[in-house]
Design a protein around this ligand. Sequence first.
Ligand SMILES: NC(=O)c1ccc[n+]([C@@H]2O[C@H](COP(=O)([O-])OP(=O)(O)OC[C@H]3O[C@@H](n4cnc5c(N)ncnc54)[C@H](O)[C@@H]3O)[C@@H](O)[C@H]2O)c1
Length: 247
Amino acid sequence: MKKVIVTGGAGFIGSAVCRYLVKEKQVEVLNLDKLTYAGVPESLQEIEESPLYQFAKVDVCDKDAVSALFADFLPDAVMHLAAESHVDRSIDGPAAFIETNVVGTYTMLDCALEYWRSLPKSAEEKEPSSNLCPLSSEFRFHHISTDEVYGSLGADGLFKETTSYDPRSPYSASKASSDHLVMAWFHTYGLPVVITNCSNNYGPYHFPEKLIPLVILNALDEKPLPIYGKGDNIRDWLYVEIMPVRW
Ligand SMILES: NC(=O)c1ccc[n+]([C@@H]2O[C@H](COP(=O)([O-])OP(=O)(O)OC[C@H]3O[C@@H](n4cnc5c(N)ncnc54)[C@H](O)[C@@H]3O)[C@@H](O)[C@H]2O)c1
């Protein structure tokens, strides 16, 4: 993979992905981000002068703009992180979540399919055997989703890829919808996709409305610490930062 479109690359996780790809993997990155309230351009300062990094202020729902960027940049892969991501906001205003997470993912899939179909085919793809797997193509559409599509766990247990979908909030329902669209583009059109459903993340540039930075900031200001529900929710947390891992 030499050229990757990252959507939502000004966000908390997306900016770490951009920094990692440019600094650690020397991958050419086009960051496609609308810069909502959650976009933090300062998180990209370390790479903004790099010849490997480009930024486009674009809404993932804007088919013409996204399609033109595919045709111009010619990516080897897409990492689709752009989303409305805060559960509490999804309860107060679900419309933006349906627009970006569902319609935006549909638009990205539509553009990726059009682009993928235009790519030169490998020898195997030109003369497909009966059991050709769509993933024999080198192009990938990586959809970044969440474990919240599986609902809530009790005191123990764990989610697996085979766990039934059971979203509980407008946010998780919109992410579940987007997962189903991605799987449909795989099964119906053969678009080579990967879906990851990770647990909660924390780390540098985490937006202060999210639980861990909110608790830290409130503690520093000697304000009350918010507890969700009865305080008996159990979550796994992943630390997000560039790790100098050699693949
Ligand atoms: N943060 C977590 O704990 C967590 C856990 C699991 C999965 N995820 C998923 O990872 C992805 C990234 O999460 P995050 O916490 O970094 O989110 P974030 O809210 O920090 O960043 C989202 C980014 O997407 C951009 N964006 C929003 N709407 C857009 C649109 N219509 N067009 C283009 N750009 C748009 C924003 O400007 C922002 O830069 C999301 O898809 C989220 O569902 C996050």
